[in-house]
Design a protein around this ligand. Structure first.
Ligand code: KG4
Ligand code: ZN
Length: 375
């Protein structure tokens, strides 16, 4: 089955072609530079940029995959949650393509796509010598596929095992128990700011450019994480919920009470390391605790903040210590991308999911539901 997937829920315009679990191409056009000027994502600008870039991003994805529109078997798009006008661009475009091709359309929950992204892995060994695309007009050699120099991504659902999954991004922080493929239960989520938002907002307070997460990650590498003691919100709370707005407020007051601290480069790096360690400690400890309580043997993590080196390192150490297998989403699949949308869409369709209506609406506030998502 060959699926074209679109992702436009926030500030990345992305298109991917997935065929039989293989990511043939994944094109992403990031709007980060545009929004950086405003210190955060401006919804109207995001939608306008999606409109401006979508066709060329889709063309790139099709070209890199070596797939013609007529060879597609289905079209998928992120239906929610996300920015309404941004979602609208990708969803309506996908429905229009499905209508024109007379092929099924399927709307995907962005968080559910993140949830399964750790099962998309890189295969460095050569694939089968050739793959005949549906329609058979052309054989796609491995070397023609996007990203082939570093290996091809493929959905490794055969390796699936029940897990506790941390989804940690700019908009959301949640822990989910994934009992089996497509069957999951949300254990807890943030009651206020998301972890990525905490990175971005505390970074903004320190004068760092948007998004500040990667910048804090970089500066923290040369900082002392014990220099300053910031709160670890809800660390000892019995629930699996998170809260990060108190940490942000405490950074605000700390900066007010220590004027001039940011003029010293080393103190800035120490601040970054101290903020980062507070966020990471909460994420790691609560994830491990949830995994123990839910009697799973595997932990997974995905979403933009999973790019963070300290989080990857500390989660790996904790999992090794506690005997959990850890699957982290590949870095290029942590931030928003259509590859994860396409992989999930194909998996659902192959497992009996019916397509969605061509006039299905966007769901900007779509909450990840409990249960089996195709029954
Ligand atoms: O998943 P994503 O691309 O978009 C949402 O769905 O929100 O995540 C973006 C978030 C931003 O808050 C960004 O600062 C954060 O991920 N992020 C990082 C790092 N790279 C991206 N946070 C900490 N360290 C990083 N290396
Ligand atoms: Zn996301």
């Amino acid at each position: 089955m060959t699926v074209l997937a679109l992702e436009t829920s926030c500030d990345e315009t992305s298109a991917a072609v997935v065929c039989d679990g293989r990511v043939l191409s994944s094109a992403v056009s990031s709007q980060i530079k545009l929004h950086a000027e405003y210190g955060g994502v401006v919804p109207e600008l995001a939608a306008r940029e999606h409109l401006r870039n979508l066709i060329s991003v889709v063309q790139t994805a099709l070209d890199e995959a070596g797939v013609q529109p007529g060879q597609l078997d289905a079209v998928a798009a992120t239906q929610g949650p996300g920015l309404p006008m941004a979602l609208l661009v990708g969803l309506k475009a996908a429905q229009a393509v499905a209508f024109a091709l007379r092929k099924p359309f399927i709307g995907i929950n962005h968080h559910e796509a993140h949830l399964y992204s750790p099962w998309i892995s890189k295969k460095s060994t050569p694939l089968a010598p050739s793959l005949s695309p549906p329609g058979g007009e052309r054989v796609i050699e491995d070397r023609e596929r996007g990203g082939n120099a570093e290996g091809v991504f493929f959905a490794d659902f055969a390796a699936f095992q029940p897990n506790v999954s941390l989804i940690v991004s700019g908009g959301h922080t949640m822990l989910v128990k994934v009992e089996s493929e497509l069957k999951h239960r949300v254990l807890g989520s943030t009651v206020d700011d998301a972890a990525g938002e905490c990175f971005d907002k505390t970074g903004k307070l320190m004068g760092l450019p948007y998004p500040a997460g990667p910048e804090i990650d970089r500066l923290a590498e040369q900082g002392n994480p014990k220099a300053y003691d910031f709160p670890r919100p809800l660390l000892h709370d019995a629930s699996d919920d998170f809260s990060f707005s108190g940490l942000k407020t405490s950074v605000r007051y700390f900066l007010r009470d220590h004027p001039g601290i940011l003029d010293d480069g080393q103190k800035l790096r120490d601040m970054c390391a101290s903020i980062q360690v507070a966020i990471v400690e909460v994420l790691v400890k609560k994830t491990i605790r949830a995994a123990k309580r839910n009697h799973v043997r595997c932990v997974t993590a995905s979403g933009g903040v999973t790019c963070n080196r300290a989080l990857r390192r500390d989660l790996a150490r904790a999992c090794e210590r506690e005997g959990f297998e850890l699957r982290l989403a590949e870095k290029s699949l942590c931030t928003d991308n259509a590859a994860m949308v396409g992989v999930l869409a194909e998996f659902k369709l192959q497992n009996g999911a019916a397509g969605d209506s061509l006039d299905a609406e966007i769901q900007p506030g779509w909450v990840l539901a409990d249960g089996n998502t195709i029954s």
